[in-house]
Design a protein around this ligand. Structure first.
Ligand SMILES: [Zn+2]
Length: 383
């Protein structure tokens, strides 16, 4: 195996090839409306990785992009996980409308930052290492096809957890930050809809016959928000409320939408259980309430192992003159949640650096492609 600094020279020499891969990945629509686009990218990535000595299999889904899993080495031994996703948030036609474009150090195009750049690094570094006889750890690559939709239309969340088992550390090539924050914690998010149903009546003629859904829900809103626990990082917010039809009627229906942010699965479970109790509790006789979960993205929990992994990564980066990094907790979710759920120390946001992902202003720093490829190479060869 070559010295890390020797591999760095190889990376620099491969920059044009990496730019080419990046361009191809960006110029193919991979939005939530485009399973075919995601699957085509998966096939290309599979061919690339097979060529690099990996064996590849897919988890296939009817209504979502497939998940690619590539393995190198003896998977019975503790392995390293390299991960990310192939899908973007941009709909069909975006790649044609505003294709991959380089303007100075700014690279644009759908998913250039989130996360076709990181995927490019993952593919090329994996190939570089296997070509050089890498044998420090077996490597498992997991590339999801429906991360941006939170795996709502597939079994990818469970498949991810199963595939992660046996991993000893994880590196997620997600969207990098310009200020070199490396993510070791992400809050989870869940949203719920409460609906109360009472009995309507005329406010002038027979108000005593009415059962106000609005009044019931008002009591509940206070109960719901009381579940906030700032010390534990849990925030419960009733963001939307509606009910009734006219001022002179006892309202028959009322509903509210609730957003919950949490740091740990335990807190998420606590709140959800309490929501069920709140839904069952009756303040106004004759009003019934349901509570339905609309979406849920797991938290990437902060593991002591992730903190240690970050410290080692920081030291390795410094020894090669790579930029100093900061360990960070951020709001947005990622598939790293499944790695920490499996107890695997994980660093996230190791991909190309930039800003404004999920918007038309998204851009990635061109020079971070080589820089982050060097970082990943150094981590894999020295950690
Ligand atoms: Zn992403």
């Amino acid at each position: 195996m070559k010295e890390t600094e020797e591999l760095f020279k190889d990376i620099e020499a491969r920059e044009p090839a990496m730019m080419d891969t990046w361009r191809k990945l960006v110029d193919r629509d991979c939005g939530p409306d485009n399973k075919d686009g995601v699957d085509a990218v998966g096939k290309e990535a599979a061919a690339f990785l097979e060529n690099a000595g990996f064996s590849v299999h897919f988890h296939t889904y009817e209504k979502a992009g497939n998940m690619l899993v590539a393995e190198y080495g003896d998977m019975m031994k503790p392995f390293i996980i390299l991960t990310g996703h192939m899908d973007t948030v941009f709909m069909k036609g975006t790649a044609k409308e505003r294709p991959f474009h380089v303007d100075g150090n700014r690279v644009t195009g759908p998913g250039a930052l989130d996360m076709k750049g990181g995927m490019t690094i993952l593919l090329h570094v994996a190939k570089l290492l296997t070509e050089n006889g890498y044998d420090r750890y077996p490597i498992k690559i997991i590339l999801a096809g429906d991360e941006e939709t939170g795996h709502t239309n597939s079994g990818a969340a469970e498949d991810y957890l199963k595939e992660a088992r046996g991993g000893v550390m994880g590196f997620n090539m997600e969207t990098g930050f310009l200020d070199n924050r490396i993510v070791i914690e992400r809050k989870g998010v869940a949203q719920y809809l409460f609906h109360s149903h009472g009995v309507g009546a005329h406010a002038g003629n027979n108000p005593e016959d009415g059962r106000s859904a609005v009044k019931e829900l008002c009591h509940k809103v206070l109960d719901i928000e009381a579940l906030t626990d700032r010390d534990k990082g849990t925030n419960v917010n009733v963001g939307v409320i509606s009910g009734g039809t006219v001022a002179n009627a006892i309202p028959e229906d009322a509903s509210c939408k609730v957003d919950v942010r949490f740091r740990t699965e335990e807190e998420s479970d606590r709140v959800e259980k309490a929501f069920e109790d709140i839904a069952r509790r009756v303040y106004i006789d004759g009003v019934t309430t349901t509570c339905r979960r609309l979406v849920r993205v797991s938290a990437m929990e902060r593991l002591p192992g992730s903190e240690k992994l970050f410290e080692r990564a920081q030291a390795i980066a410094a020894s090669h003159g790579l930029p100093a990094m900061k360990a960070a907790a951020v709001g947005g979710g990622s598939d790293s949640a499944y790695l920490t759920k499996a107890g695997i120390p994980t660093l996230c946001a190791l991909g190309v650096k930039g800003e404004f992902n999920h918007t038309v202003r998204e851009w990635a720093a061109k020079d971070s492609l080589v820089e982050r490829a060097k970082l990943l190479t150094a981590l894999l060869t020295e950690i």
